[in-house]
Design a protein around this ligand. Sequence first.
Ligand code: 13P
Ligand code: SF4
Length: 361
Amino acid sequence: MSKTIESTLSLAADTKLVKEHLATINMPAHMDAAKIADYKARIKRLLKEKDAVLVAHYYTDALIQELAEESGGFISDSLEMARFGRDAKESTLVVAGVRFMGETASILSPNKTVLMPTTEATCSLDLACPVDEFSAFCDAHPDREVVVYANTSAAVKARADWVVTSSIAVDVVEHLAAQGKKIIWAPDKHLGGYIQKKTGADMLLWDGACIVHEEFKAQGLLDLKAVHPEAAILAHPESPDSVLAIADVVGSTTQIINAAVNMPNESFIVATDKGIFYKLQQLAPNKQFLVAPTAGNDATCRSCAHCPWMAMNSLENLYESLKQGSNQVSVDRALAEKAMRPLQRMLDFSASNKLKVAGKA
Ligand code: 13P
Ligand code: SF4
């Protein structure tokens, strides 16, 4: 076994070490407990004063997730964040996540103010799909239904027939394939390949990838599994095919959490951003969660299972944005109206799917 794998395994295999490691991420070196409590109290006051609610993704800092819970806000995956923001009674949404999440909130709630701790937080999938090139690709295949992942710009969404998140992508494509539709899928090639395998749909895949999930390697997971044979492997479908092939469960962030809570296993190897450990440990405190090994350590580790853009959200910039009303996300009205159609299609599809599952439709 190589030194790199050994050291990755020893870190991943020791949950105490992982917890300590996460704690260093959660508590920035320049903030002690008193300062954190002070920031949280000030943000909670501002949220009330400004009729605002905090909506956070599972990959954000644990302090932000805690604050969302303590202040009556919401933590979830990208689909439920969109739905919660749309239905929230507050006039301001503070979206802690990456830019496409703020844009989606703004498109779905044109009459609400949408703030973000930072608007610099992007996503490698969004970056990989510039609208001009993508439009030209769609124009070259006019016989295909255009299905794009939520991790895209408002302009790319506006060019699409459907927007989907990972929690609903397979169901939507299955539905389209059943109608004999051929599909253009963008931007995540791994998620696209996974959907294609599951549904057998005729899909043309755009060549984008998530820099966080692409780092997970099957061999690293198998090595860790050899140390923990009882552990189930949970993987987000943005991971490479070889990782998905050995996973016990493949699913969105919420589906991963549900699996961890409901499966009988007492330990899990988790191939997604380690921000999710906050919820996993909260909902299954007696289970053991291991970070899936990434491609390398130190200088060769590009993300170390943590999205660098999600990590840009902090208590400080959240506070500043709320206090100043800065980092407001707004999407051009005409563009937003176009992007709204495929987003609404997804929300309607998901609502009718839920009714079907509940036996009410
Ligand atoms: P979810 O839709 O599962 O929350 O995923 C969003 C994301 O960016 C995953 O990397
Ligand atoms: Fe994008 Fe990957 Fe970060 Fe998710 S984890 S926001 S897909 S770069």
